[in-house]
Design a protein around this ligand. Structure first.
Ligand SMILES: [Ca+2]
Ligand SMILES: [Ca+2]
Ligand SMILES: [Ca+2]
Ligand SMILES: [Ca+2]
Length: 330
């Protein structure tokens, strides 16, 4: 509200009582407009005004010791910041002409308050201004349908409800790897951290009035230590009294260095190089037959074993000597 004060009757202080419909708007703050440089005296708080629909405020421009400093000219007396409580409502700020007054102390005088702009306030919905997801990560290897986190919107309209949806699917192919259930983001596939350590989605929040806010999210795919994978080992055959050798291979999904060992019950004389996976077994003194070995590999956390069979077979017979005799026909 502005004051327009004549030179002949300058202003020292004012008292303002104004009513509004507290079901339509609420008062966020009331500040000195600056025309009077003094203490803004409020006789009711914002909260009280919001409950009763009546604000009672005033200000006085005085020097130390209460000496009046009247001011003439024009300027803003008070700045009231409002927030809509309903969308599409309206209320008029009505100044109580009987109780409100402008004062050049000690003589009160009547002077009309003027409202800058329109004292009729109409409310409109505000678009959402923020969109958050918490948490925003999910572990790899979790089943499809696992909850990632919940969306929440920032919106000045206290009563609004929100819907969340994927947008720009063509540019955000990873949208298809998730679903939105209410305000919850869920997985639609099993993720592999080693394939991609994050996924990019774009989401829109739409408020009750159809106003929107869009935001891109990086969903972190959290690494889980997975077991090393041993390359398939074929069943082995060795001639008795000879030494069997072969080399095993394994890969760890995290790329960890692996170490090899033989499980319990391995035949004596058998060994495997912890670093290279080179297996060796001297079968001297062992009977013919089938032997089993557990070939094990560790990534430092998980130990994985594969059972292989080794057949010790006899020394093959020497090749038969063949004679070729001429056939004589008589
Ligand atoms: Ca809104
Ligand atoms: Ca993986
Ligand atoms: Ca992993
Ligand atoms: Ca691993």
């Amino acid at each position: 509200m502005v004051a327009d004060v004549p030179e002949s009757n300058p202003l020292t202080t004012y008292h303002l009582e104004v009513t509004f419909d507290q079901s339509v708007v609420e008062v966020v703050s009331v500040e000195n407009g600056g025309f009077l440089q003094g203490d803004l005296r409020h006789e009711s708080s914002n909260d009280e005004g919001n409950q009763t629909g009546r604000l009672i405020w005033g200000a006085a421009q005085q020097a130390e010791g209460g000496v009046n400093i009247p001011r003439s000219g024009s300027g803003s007396l008070i700045r009231i910041t409002l927030r809509a409580k309903v969308v599409g409502g309206s209320t008029t700020f009505v100044i109580d002409a009987e109780n409100s007054m402008l004062v050049d102390w000690p003589d009160a005088f009547e002077l009309g308050f003027m409202v800058s702009g329109n004292s009729l306030v109409t409310t409109v919905g505000c678009a959402p201004t923020g969109l958050e997801l918490f948490p925003d990560f999910v572990k790899e290897n979790e089943l499809a349908g696992t909850t990632v986190g919940n969306f929440s919107a920032t919106d000045a309209d206290a009563e609004d409800t929100f819907t969340y949806s994927f947008i720009e699917d063509a540019s955000y192919a990873d949208n298809a790897l998730f679903t939105i259930d209410g305000n919850t983001l869920k997985t639609a596939v099993i993720f592999d951290h080693e394939e991609d350590d994050f996924r990019l989605i774009k989401v829109r929040v739409t408020d009750s009035a159809g106003l929107t806010f869009d935001k891109e999210f990086e969903i972190i795919i959290v690494d889980i230590n997975e077991i090393p994978i041993i390359d398939p080992i074929e069943p082995q055959t060795v001639v008795t009294n000879e030494t069997l050798t072969f080399t095993t291979m394994a890969t760890d999904p995290e790329g960890a260095a692996v170490s090899w060992s033989l499980g319990e019950g391995a035949a004596s004389g058998a060994s495997i190089d912890p670093l290279t996976g080179a297996f060796s077994w001297d079968t001297t003194g062992f009977e013919l037959g089938e032997y089993r070995f557990d070939i094990c590999v560790s990534d430092g956390v998980y130990l994985v074993c594969e059972t292989i069979t080794v057949t010790v077979k006899p020394i093959p017979d020497p090749l038969p000597i063949k004679f070729y005799l001429p056939l004589i026909f008589r």
